[in-house]
Design a protein around this ligand. Sequence first.
Ligand SMILES: Cc1cc2nc3c(=O)[nH]c(=O)nc-3n(C[C@H](O)[C@H](O)[C@H](O)COP(=O)(O)OP(=O)(O)OC[C@H]3O[C@@H](n4cnc5c(N)ncnc54)[C@H](O)[C@@H]3O)c2cc1C
Length: 449
Amino acid sequence: MDKRQFLKTTGSLLAGSAFSRLMADVQKSTPQTNWAGNYQYSRKRLDAPKSVAELQTLVKSRSEMKALGARHSFNAIADSTGDQISLENLQDISLDRNSHTVQVGAGMRYGQLAPYLYKNGYALPNLASLPHITLAGACATATHGSGSKNGNLATAVSAMEMVTGDGELVKLSRERDGDKFRGAVVQLGAMGVVTKLRLDLQPAFDMRQVVYENLPIERLKESLDEIFASGYSVSLFTDWQNRRMTQVWIKSRVEPGRSSEIKPEFFGAKLANRKLHPITGHSAESCTEQMGIPGPWYERLPHFRMNFTPSSGAELQSEYFVPRSKGYEAILAIEGLRDQITPHLFISELRTIEADDLWMSTCYQRPSMTIHFTWKPEWAAVKRILPMIEEKLAPFDARPHWAKLFTISPSRLQLLYEKLPAYRDLVKQYDPHGKFRNAFLDANIFGAA
Ligand SMILES: Cc1cc2nc3c(=O)[nH]c(=O)nc-3n(C[C@H](O)[C@H](O)[C@H](O)COP(=O)(O)OP(=O)(O)OC[C@H]3O[C@@H](n4cnc5c(N)ncnc54)[C@H](O)[C@@H]3O)c2cc1C
């Protein structure tokens, strides 16, 4: 089964025995590479336990392992030279209408959970650009969507359960466990195999999405905050040429009984008169509905639809988080590299995220703006450009996305996280023998320690 076929099939079968059968097939055929195909895992085997008890036995009996989500990371963060453990068989859902929370098996994908929540009158605060990723994989790497008042996806977690290095099941909650909880939610797969996450919910809402074309970069100088605050979730796309954002995607909540006008112009950009894909020349069929047509939150917050290949497919990705207050200067710094960047780029995207208090979050105590690069699959060229980008963004203390490609040195990276020493201690407490360590963690987290 190729990648396109797999995504189409998983999207159209959300529950029931057909889905279980499919998952069993997928288990057999899970490729030894990440989704983009740019990284080859070095695992010896892949296990998919059917219960938490089975997982505990497995963890106790092995010396080296790593949880694997939907394989959407672009670097070595999910790799292991021992076992990879898939939680695709642990997908139970339990909705609590009293506390307005849902407890979910950590192997579930957002695209499976979201329609269930909507049907039951609930919503998550935000989603990433694609719904195909697992809850555990996304939260472990501080995956985010956009919205100046929206935290990353891990900030919706209010409790979690994980099997630690000695096979024990540990339960942590925001109310009860303070620092331990704040250290463990964005854990980079280093502390244990997460089996359940409890998420805060809000009442379901509908949204509409409109797209504008050609916003002059200069308009961001005075109005960056206003532009990003013009919707619940706003994304700007650019190829860095001609001093303009090629597209502005504005996702707004539809408030019942309140009609709001769609203006033909937005800070000099013109309302699109057809549905668009962020990458010029790609079909917009894979994108969520636009043109102001209202629909469920989960069919507007991501850019890409569940039953289609998101983004480009054959691609690489990098992303850097800068303080939002320095957003415009950071944009200009990168714009100066346009002629090196554009030939190897599909598209760049700028988003905003609210600050949080999760120790290893890329938005830790910092309202952030991200500069993202969807690259053509040309690693030799990208590897040459990343250090130039990182040098330009160094004055802004840019933090790279944990799951994407970067070349920042471990010693520099470690300076960007003031809670790193406490995080290392917590990793040692939950995984004293380093079962969940891998080359990525050894280099980037423990490297210069
Ligand atoms: C097309 C595309 C679009 C993307 N868009 C966005 C975006 O909009 N925003 C964004 O922030 N990122 C984005 N990403 C990156 C993506 O969100 C991250 O790579 C995310 O970690 C993927 O989740 P996954 O389920 O594939 O996890 P994997 O890549 O399989 O694993 C990621 C990490 O999570 C750990 N992990 C997984 N499951 C568990 C578990 N049960 N217990 C403990 N640790 C676990 C793994 O060990 C690993 O360290 C995108 C990626 C792609 C390919």
